[in-house]
Design a protein around this ligand. Structure first.
Ligand SMILES: Nc1ncnc2c1ncn2[C@@H]1O[C@H](COP(=O)(O)OP(=O)(O)OP(=O)(O)O)[C@@H](O)[C@H]1O
Length: 439
């Protein structure tokens, strides 16, 4: 037993000696090394656990944002965010508006963003009354800035008044001229919903669409700031007092029609999800000094809703332009825009208003009169008498045909806007094939 006791004591001694003995590692004692190792292991395990947890929580949050069904929409249902169009995308807007071609083209413009449920100052948009507020595509403006720009919303700055509110011209601090649309009847519009929709509209950029450059949402005030288009609108040029000869020659009218068609084709076929304008009419086609057409008010029907307007015609677009199926069923798709475009094209050719009560009974309704004229083979007689030089018969026939196809009662038979661009531009083709054969 004594021997056993001695042996145990000896082994205990040697163990304690080993533990307290110095190791080659930094001359540390063995127990210190073991303690460090255990601590390291614990820290590593803790780190891995934390990493796993963070990944899981963020995945859950993403899922929540994607599938949320709250009352404030996460993204506009009708308009998606688009990136600034690349030179190629702009090129598509310019030349490749044929339906198939557009579909082939990669949709680099579309990228739906998950916007988190508005928690106040989401992207620095809230007012602090100072300095510029860049929001990617444009700017947030304070009420004060716009007040200064429009000289206190002076009556002298009023450009006009439409169904959504009064439009003022304004000059910003940097000297740029803008059009400020002061939206009326917007009490029901939640601020965050308004911002989401406006931001979606602001990101839609095309040469033939009026560019939204910013907005103001302070208290009950809602304003949209647009690039200023300095040559009036098409309605003024077609129906205003322009003298015995209209400055709008046939070629200028075709340029305006094609520009408008390109703007609409971009809304219908270049964006995902597509945007239906809902209110195509001559006063919504703005013109610059080179007669480039700029479609205005796109996205507003969605932004403000039909009931937001104090003009009753707004409920159904504008009288005279509205597609029959939209008027009767309220069903709306891009085909309704095509119908309205057909009416607009007739208006451009004839210089007549879609509804004109000052005309004799059979001529009050432009569409009915136009159809009757074509049926009785009097197509040449529909051209606006204010056009000094008559169009070539072939070109005119083609445009008349486009009008008729757009107003087809069967919405499915109407052409797409991209096809319309092609049909209206068809004049170029003989020229192109000639140059090719010459080569
Ligand atoms: N960005 C702009 N640049 C220059 N003028 C503009 C601009 N936006 C609108 N206007 C002009 O302001 C006036 C009012 O335009 P608004 O779009 O509010 O009404 P509308 O088109 O006449 O009618 P509705 O609201 O029924 O469409 C029009 O004369 C229009 O040409």
């Amino acid at each position: 037993m004594a021997v056993l006791g001695e042996t145990t004591e000896a082994s205990n001694n040697s163990l304690s000696h080993k533990i307290t003995a110095k190791t080659p590692l930094f001359n540390l004692k063995l127990y210190a090394v073991i303690a460090i190792l255990v601590l390291c292991l614990l820290a590593a395990a803790l780190l891995i656990f934390l990493c796993l947890r963070i990944t899981r929580v963020s995945r859950k949050r993403k899922m929540r944002v994607k599938h949320s069904s709250g009352s404030i929409p996460l993204v506009s249902k009708e308009i998606a965010e688009i990136k600034e169009p690349s030179p190629r995308a702009a090129d598509n807007g310019e030349r490749k508006m044929g339906n198939e071609k557009l579909k082939e083209a990669p949709l680099e413009v579309t990228e739906i963003v998950d916007i988190e449920r508005g928690k106040g100052n989401r992207s620095g948009l809230e007012s602090d009354g100072s300095g510029p507020h860049n929001i990617g595509w444009g700017r947030w403006y304070s009420l004060k800035e716009l007040e200064i720009a429009t000289r206190g919303f002076s009556p002298q700055n009023v450009i006009g008044e439409g169904g959504y509110g009064i439009v003022y011209s304004g000059e910003l601090q940097d000297g740029s001229v803008v059009a400020v649309k002061n939206l009326l009847n917007n009490k029901g519009q939640a601020e965050n919903e308004f911002k989401v929709e406006v931001e979606a509209i602001g990101k839609v950029k095309h040469k033939n669409l009026v560019g939204l450059i910013g907005y103001c949402a302070e208290g009950a005030q809602r304003m949209l700031v647009y690039e200023y288009i300095d040559n009036g609108n098409l309605e003024q040029w077609l129906h205003g007092d322009v003298g015995p000869v209209s400055p709008l020659t046939w070629d200028i009218r075709m340029k305006i029609a094609i520009g408008t068609a390109k703007g609409l084709a971009y809304l219908h076929e270049g964006l995902e999800p597509k945007v239906v304008h809902r209110d195509i009419k001559s006063s919504n086609i703005l013109l610059d000094r080179k007669w480039n057409a700029k479609v205005s008010d796109f996205g507003l029907a969605k932004l403000l809703g039909s009931e937001a307007s104090y003009v009753t015609t707004r409920v159904m677009g504008t009288f005279g332009y509205v597609a029959p199926e939209y008027a009767s069923t309220g069903m709306l798709n891009e085909g309704s825009d095509v119908y309205s475009f057909g009416v607009l094209l007739m208006e451009i050719i004839t210089g007549r208003n879609p509804i004109d009560y000052s005309k004799p009974a059979g001529e009050m309704n432009l569409v009915d009169w136009f159809k009757g004229m074509i049926q009785s083979r009097r197509g040449e007689d529909v051209v606006d008498p204010l056009i000094a030089v008559q169009p070539p018969p072939r070109a005119m026939k083609r445009v008349l045909l486009v009008c008729l196809r757009c107003i087809d009662l069967d919405v499915h038979k109407r052409p797409k806007m991209g096809q319309i661009v092609h049909m209206l531009e068809a004049d170029d083709f003989p020229f192109r094939s000639e140059t090719r054969s010459a080569r």
